[in-house]
Design a protein around this ligand. Sequence first.
Ligand code: SF4
Length: 164
Amino acid sequence: MGTPFAELLELAGGMRGGRKLKGCIPGGSSMPVLPGEVMMNTSMDYDSIAKAGSMLGSGAVIIMDETTCMVKALERLAYFYYEESCGQCTPCREGTGWLYRIINRIEHGKGRQEDLDLLDNLADNIQGRTICALGDAAAMPVRAMLKHFRDEFTYHIEYKKCMV
Ligand code: SF4
């Protein structure tokens, strides 16, 4: 607790193949992703991570290098929460499926520019409106990915392929 993230990364062996850190989810898949340069100047404690815009959550650190497609990464996360939804409340039951299907079509070159605002809107309508925390867990990664890596989603939609 309190270890600078850059130090933790070195202790874990550093970036594979000397690649650049693109993004990091500091507290498990449900927490907001942060850009690599933000993480490299952050310490692993509650206050510092909160100030940077995320949370320590489960403490599972997910590292993504410059070869990671953020659209593909978010598609996998969205599918997980879609599968895990128990279906008890409507925003989560319906919303997680919508999130996954929209991200899936962007990933497969069938996205539309208006999909990005639609994803933000959907996440807004899920977060804080469900019985358990799974709804928030599904919404937060979507909002953070669009906030920090929106250009990748736009590129996917415009060119129907990945920029990395
Ligand atoms: S938020 Fe929780 S209770 Fe509601 S449908 Fe999702 S998993 Fe079930």
